[in-house]
Design a protein around this ligand. Structure first.
Ligand code: G4F
Length: 342
């Protein structure tokens, strides 16, 4: 009898890696996850969330290291979540971003080709594509067929990897898919992203440890969803009979102003504008004004629907940030349990 399925998750220490690893463990998978080598602080922050996961180090640019993992664990499914994920910082790291978000994916797909069995099969492959690829899109909402107009080195490299994934599927009949995820948030979101920057600031202002927050472009809108919902879509995507590409989004757009209002209200602070400064240095050379995703294909073919509303995600992030500031404990698996259910 076949044993439990084995999943390999690159970038298991990030927000999505943690949520996906926990979801797959709860579905009986044997999960192996990789962390970037040499980052002791990321390792320490991730480990409290990764019970039951085998953790290894892998530099995404190290194709031989990736193949060694394929040979050691023979995964049934591979989720490539590791990436240089900060759009804003990608202008200052252009070559590195092209290597990690672009060329590394080409090398992984080549490794898969070399590891096909005698029937021509190999592990199913999930590529973390992103709404950022649509950038300055002329279509609202976007579908899987909307042309790309990437607006950052990050998005250009992701677009390259997205089309490579399609091309390897069509050229070599590999089971490889892309999830085109719109912004998705949780209490584990990194503090460099605008949602968490705001929820943390609201928590610190409410607890009296700071006075103000500086932001960049205030005129943006996003289709913000919940990371916990979006990792379920990743799992469903690799269970489908046919590989394909799927938009994962809520179909609702919210402004940065709404985000500020919900967060500051949740922290008991009222009007956010009393605390916000605009810092021109935080404005990107080119930005993405607003994107909305049409997840109809995922709904019809995978049965996937978002379950958590924007307001709930933001309120949850604020409440967890208040607990962090009050306790001084930054990382705890307790933070994954919804505050409303405590
Ligand atoms: O939170 P952000 O940094 O996220 P962004 O650029 O939309 O990218 C995130 O979502 C993508 C889609 O899933 C991922 F592919 C990507 O890896 C990442 O997870 O910025 C959102 C918006 C931007 O338009 C930005 O200009 O907020 C604006 N913004 C305004 N002030 C700010 C700030 N963004 C950040 N990070 N910090 C600010 O102070």
């Amino acid at each position: 009898m076949a044993g439990p399925a084995t999943a390999l998750i690159t970038g298991v220490g990030g927000q999505d890696g943690v949520y996906l690893a926990r979801e797959l463990v709860s579905h009986g998978y044997h999960v192996v996850g990789t962390l970037q080598p040499g980052s002791e602080s990321s390792r320490r922050s991730a480990l409290p969330y990764l019970d039951g996961v085998v953790v290894r180090e892998l530099d995404l640019r190290d194709a031989a290291g990736f193949e060694a993992l394929l040979e050691e664990f023979r995964p049934d499914e591979i989720y490539n979540l590791a990436a240089f994920s900060s759009v804003g910082a990608s202008w200052d790291n252009r070559e590195h971003v092209a290597e990690v978000n672009g060329m590394a994916v080409l090398r992984m797909l080549d490794s898969l080709l070399r590891h096909r069995d005698r029937h021509g099969s190999c592990a199913r492959f999930y590529q973390a594509s992103t709404s950022e690829m649509f950038g300055l899109s002329k279509e609202q909402p976007q579908t899987e067929d909307t042309p790309h107009y990437p607006r950052s080195p990050y998005a250009v490299a992701k677009s390259f990897a997205h089309y490579l994934t399609i091309n390897y599927r069509e050229s070599y009949d590999l089971y490889c898919c892309s999830g085109i995820l719109y912004n998705h948030e949780s209490p584990l979101r990194g503090r460099q992203f605008v949602t968490r920057k705001i929820t943390r600031a609201a928590a610190e202002i409410a607890c009296g440890v700071r006075d103000r927050v500086s932001l960049g472009n205030l005129a943006v809108e996003r289709d913000w969803g919940a990371a916990s919902d979006y990792v379920s879509a990743m799992r469903l995507l690799l269970q489908h009979d046919e590989p394909g590409d799927y938009i994962i989004a809520t179909g609702e757009s919210h402004s940065l102003e709404q985000l500020l209002e919900v967060a500051f209200e949740s922290a008991g602070l009222g009007d956010p504008w009393r605390y916000v400064d605009q810092d021109p240095a935080l404005i990107r050379p080119t930005d993405v004004g607003g994107l909305i995703g049409d997840a109809g294909k995922a709904r019809r073919q995978l049965g996937w629907e978002p379950t958590v509303r924007f307001e709930q995600v933001v309120e949850e992030m604020v409440q967890v940030d208040i607990r962090r500031v009050q306790s001084g404990v930054e990382e705890s698996a307790d933070y994954l349990v919804a505050t409303s259910s405590l």
